[in-house]
Design a protein around this ligand. Structure first.
Ligand code: GAR
Length: 188
């Protein structure tokens, strides 16, 4: 049976696009749904261009009902992939999808994680701390930001002259290389 993936994303969606492209020709895995908390997020355009159904989250139904769980179950979702998704995942959703929600974080957790640590905030903090390396962490999602069990990490060098934007580029390259493969591994 084909495995169905839902991608949750809040913004640009370059990771979502990369995952969509990676599995486009797959007979075993398909991106069945793209979910966003932001109606203007570019990731929704990307989904539409690939003819993938979309769902826009409404705060109340996401945090205070089981509606979204029902919608995910109706779509027969096997794995939820957070790719730049900025809302905390509520307890009921974590319970409904045990070890079936994964997140990508643009740093080497446990460093530079937690609430407010997303996107450029992370890379700015890495530069400020004069880190010699950074990287990505792919992990299961639990009830706290960036605290679930780590599945894999991949590193890159941060040079003395690198700006936060330079680090962001290196991180995106790592994300695009490894995230689809990890998803594939989890589903096979
Ligand atoms: C990615 O770098 C991802 O690791 C990060 O947001 C970016 C989304 O980029 N996620 C977080 O910071 C979560 N705390 P994209 O929209 O181009 O895929």
């Amino acid at each position: 049976m084909i495995k169905n993936v839902a991608i949750f994303a809040s913004g640009e969606g370059s990771n979502a696009q990369n995952i969509i492209d990676y599995f486009k020709a797959s007979k075993n895995i398909q991106i069945a749904l793209v979910v966003s908390n932001k109606s203007t997020a570019n990731v929704l355009n990307r989904a539409k261009n690939s003819n993938i159904p979309t769902l826009i989250l409404e705060r109340h139904s996401f945090f205070e009902s089981n509606e979204v769980i029902e919608q995910l179950n109706n779509a027969k979702i096997d794995l939820i992939v957070l790719a730049g998704f900025l809302w905390l995942v509520p307890k009921n959703l974590i319970k409904a999808f045990p070890n079936k929600i994964v997140n990508i974080h643009p740093a080497l957790l446990p460093k530079f994680g937690g609430k407010g640590m997303f996107g450029m905030n992370v890379h700015n903090a890495v530069i400020e701390a004069k880190e010699k390396e950074s990287g990505i962490s792919i992990h299961f999602v639990n009830e706290e930001y960036d605290k679930g069990k780590i599945i894999s990490q991949h590193k890159c060098i941060v040079s003395e002259n690198d700006s936060a934007e330079d680090v962001a580029k290196k991180i995106h390259l790592l994300e695009h290389e490894f995230f689809p493969k990890v998803i594939e591994g989890l589903l096979s």
